[in-house]
Design a binder for this molecule. Sequence first.
Ligand code: MHO
Length: 212
Amino acid sequence: NRRAQKMETATFGMGCFWGPESQFGQYPGVIHTRTGFAGGTTAEPTYRNMGDHTESIQIAFDPSLLSYEDILRIFWDSHDAVKDRSYKGRQYLSQLIVHSTEQLESAQKVKSEWEKQNGKRIGTEIHYDLPFYPAEDRHQKYFLKRFDKAMDTLLPLFPDHTSFVYSTITARLNGFVRENGRLSDIKEEIGDWQLSEEAETVLRDMLQYIRW
Ligand code: MHO
């Protein structure tokens, strides 16, 4: 089956973190997603008190299903990393935090390929292993939480909010509600998530109405 065998972390900022959490949540190979504040110097940032941190997402992914280089190509194709993004300080910067020398090498390689192909210089800040502080609950799976009826069905499937956030199911659904990803793919993947029979039935029923 397609259940994750290996797990690697990717961390990056590309503007308001709600959108990228939804976008990257859709990809098979992404195991879970979370939003947070990265790269700054102030302690314990929050949405209202972000200091010099940058809105970012952190994803766990299986590199045998989705490579780090593919993630980087999607990252640079999905936001404007060329323009000046400092109109709100560091909040909406394009920023990549690499977690290994391999990731750093991939970043340099994909960046120069992208620049060559597009004839523009990328302004993304690239840093090694800076801290990431998860955002408040209300900023996790933000778009999915706009669907009250779906949430009523979903929440009882999880013992607590943390398990809700770190779930592949909620990553996919948070994508799906924003038209990231296809319903048929999610239906196909449900069997890989090792849910109880009851949870699987609840989820399959919910998929009929979640977006409307
Ligand atoms: N305040 C903006 C961005 C939110 S994002 C979490 C909005 O409402 O779209 O920075």
